[in-house]
Ligand binder design. Structure first.
Ligand code: PLP
Length: 401
């Protein structure tokens, strides 16, 4: 049984997959087409141009791949690196752990820099590694911009600054799966060499598309990278880009039209407005958590994530029960704690096509669930704190001014 009916709308507040807006759903409700007709390449051309905007790049080359974030990781790694290459990678939660596991299984020599779950990447350790690496044995720095398991956002500008300060040529590979299109992300300005994301997060689409964007330096690295790759080989894409047909294999027609609609919605609101909306919703959520007397899993303000908040629960409560109860009683879907923080945190995803009142509905639901599991919360306390902040800060809807 993959779906169980509940009345009303499901309040989907897991940090991906997120709600798909109606215009995107409708755009995808269409027949297949001949992808070799003139229409699909013409559509693809506009998509590739527009996808560059969400990465904030003019010099990058985007690849739209029928895959998920995990495949996008593999595409980034195998196109730019060779087996045995030394890479520095930060372990700060479940998704960075999974990426590191992939890096190791692909045969790279992974220099893991671990932090407590709830902390950001340890950039002091990065600085000392770069300083010590006079012969440039480090070929790449891999970092998850926003660790979805703990609600931690890393400072990418600092990573770039360190690479520049030490005049280090390592490639800078960034997982932006729960950040791009929601958090401030600047591929060109931060000198990111490969950035990637997936369709089911801030783009608010179904799962199934991976987006990888390569800098000119990454494309150059791809020429000598010896990792085995077939399905993910950028060269195959580049060949078809030159021909103007774009696809080395059959694209999902429905997802392409869905992407068109998703990008149109983002540009209509304005990417910077979208980012500001996420900042607002993130802050409102944190104010609610504080009003409930609970702690954020994220240990310092500088790492607070505006796309997901992992909430620590008191030891006498199993956070898994909170998630179960929310779904069973209130048609509310919250994120589970994963791996090391299983049972200790629940996550509120506040990313994608989402507005203030939806968030307040979720927060009201969380309060009721907290009471259900025996936590002495004052009903309305988090909602009031969030609403007070949102009523002071929510602008008019840009497209309705
Ligand atoms: N990276 C991050 C930060 C994620 O949050 C996720 C999934 O939630 C992934 C990678 C893996 O993406 P996917 O599940 O689409 O393969």
């Amino acid at each position: 049984m993959d779906y169980v009916y509940g009345p009303g709308r499901n309040h989907l507040f897991v940090p991906g997959p997120v709600n798909i807006p109606e215009p995107v759903i409708r755009a995808m409700n269409r027949n297949n087409e001949d992808y070799r007709s003139p229409a699909v390449p013409a559509l693809t051309k506009t998509l590739l141009e527009d996808v560059k905007k969400i990465f904030k790049t003019t010099t990058g080359t985007p690849f739209i791949i029928p895959t998920t974030g995990t495949g996008a990781w593999e595409s980034a790694l195998t196109n730019t690196l060779s087996p045995g290459d030394r890479i520095v990678s930060f372990l700060i939660g479940q998704f960075s752990l999974l990426w590191i596991d992939q890096q190791q299984r692909l045969g790279f020599n992974v220099d893991v820099v671990e932090s407590d779950w709830g902390q950001g990447a340890n950039l002091d350790v990065l600085a000392s590694k770069l300083a010590a690496d006079r012969y440039h044995s480090i070929k790449a720095i891999c970092i998850v911009h926003n660790e979805t398991a703990t609600g931690v956002t890393n400072n990418l500008a600092t990573v770039r600054k360190l690479l520049d300060d030490y005049n280090h040529p390592a490639l800078f590979l960034v997982d932006g799966v729960s950040s791009i299109c929601a958090l401030d992300f600047r591929m060109d300005e931060w000198g990111v060499d490969v950035a990637l994301t997936g369709s089911q997060k801030a783009l608010s689409m179904p799962t199934g598309m991976g987006f990888v964007c390569a800098s000119p330096k990454a494309l150059e690295a791809a020429k000598s990278a010896r990792s085995v790759r077939v399905f993910f080989d950028w060269n195959d894409y580049l060949k078809f880009y030159k021909l103007g047909t774009y696809w080395p294999y059959t694209p999902s027609i429905q997802l392409l039209y869905g992407l068109r609609a998703a990008l149109d919605l983002i540009f209509e609101e304005g990417l910077d407005n979208v980012i500001a909306r996420h900042a607002r919703l993130g802050k409102a959520t944190r104010l609610a958590v504080e009003a409930w007397g609970l702690k954020n899993c994220t240990q310092k303000e500088e790492w607070y994530s505006d796309t997901v908040t992992a909430v620590l629960v008191p030891q006498y409560i199993d956070s898994t029960e909170i998630v179960k109860r929310g779904w069973k009683r209130y048609n509310l879907s919250l994120g589970l704690g994963l791996n090391k923080v299983a049972g200790k945190v629940f996550r509120i995803g506040h990313l994608g096509n989402l507005n203030e009142l939806q968030l307040l509905g979720c927060l009201a639901g969380v309060e009721m669930v907290l009471r259900d599991v025996g936590y002495p919360v004052k009903l309305g306390s988090g909602v009031a704190a969030a609403a007070a902040f949102l009523s002071n800060t929510t602008p008019l809807i840009p497209s309705r001014i």
